[in-house]
Design a protein around this ligand. Structure first.
Ligand code: BTN
Length: 242
């Protein structure tokens, strides 16, 4: 198996896989030093200064998989990878990794269905050697460098993350992954009062649990309900430790 396909510059590693999936294999990984059209969730842009890990993995499932679990499998893989370097990593359901309350990584999962599930792309961006961020996100974002004051070799980091992601996904396929408990035990939101965007409105909710189907169970308007997607905003004073 190829370790990964590398580009100095590309529009987006997710888009490359989506455009070329017919010629790529299950578990192929594409990485780039810089993306000119990096994309985040909810149609947002994902900017980088050539200091990040930008990586996407293709899944060509032979049988149907529960697609809504894939973001949590990826979160668990990124969590385990980051924990080798830093403490206090938290997972903000379903797709963000936080370090000391600030975002260090994001995950964008995209899938294509024709008559069946054709492919899934897991895209991961991790802030690695960034020394600063643009003012709009300076208070919300962090990098491994900012926390540990060390610079990291990007090749080593690509390889480490590729191994972690492939490994977690293969464990998931064999029902051996502990991704749900990793997500629950290291959640930034369980037992917290947060804002959840529901039908374009922000609602105050208390997060109770992450259920086995990957949905989040919250108390909303005095009722317990589960949601399969949604943007969670943490309370402003969430940042517990600098
Ligand atoms: C988010 O936090 O909104 C998700 C960000 C995902 C960014 C990664 S970088 C590699 C891959 N290629 C993209 O265009 N996006 C993902």
């Amino acid at each position: 198996m190829r370790k990964y396909i590398y580009f100095d510059e590309i529009s987006s590693t997710n888009d490359y896989i989506k455009e070329n999936y017919n010629n790529l294999f299950d578990l192929d990984i594409v990485v780039a030093k810089h993306q000119t059209k990096g994309r985040g969730r909810l149609s947002r842009d994902w900017f980088d200064n050539s200091n990040s890990i930008l990586l996407s993995m293709l899944i060509k499932p032979e049988r149907d998989i529960l697609i809504q679990l894939i973001p949590l499998v990826a979160s668990a893989a990124v969590y385990k990878f980051l924990k080798k370097y830093v403490e206090d990593v938290k997972i903000k359901w379903p797709n963000d990794l936080l370090l000391n309350g600030k975002k260090i990584a994001g995950i964008l999962v995209e899938a294509k269905y024709l008559t069946k599930l054709e492919y899934v792309v897991i895209g991961i961006g991790i802030n690695l050697n960034d020394e600063r961020f643009v003012s709009e996100i300076e208070n919300k974002a962090t990098s491994l460098f900012k926390v540990t004051k060390q610079k990291y070799d990007s090749t080593e980091m690509y390889e480490g993350l590729s191994d972690a992601l492939r490994n977690e996904y293969m464990l998931f396929c064999n029902n051996q992954s502990d991704f749900l408990s990793v997500n629950r035990l290291n959640s930034a939101v369980i037992n917290k009062d947060v804002l959840l965007e529901v039908d374009n409105k922000l609602k105050n909710v208390k997060v109770l649990d992450i259920l086995d189907d990957g949905t989040i169970l919250v108390n909303i308007d005095s009722q317990n309900k589960s949601f399969s997607s949604g943007e969670i905003t943490l309370n402003k004073n969430y940042i517990e430790k600098e």
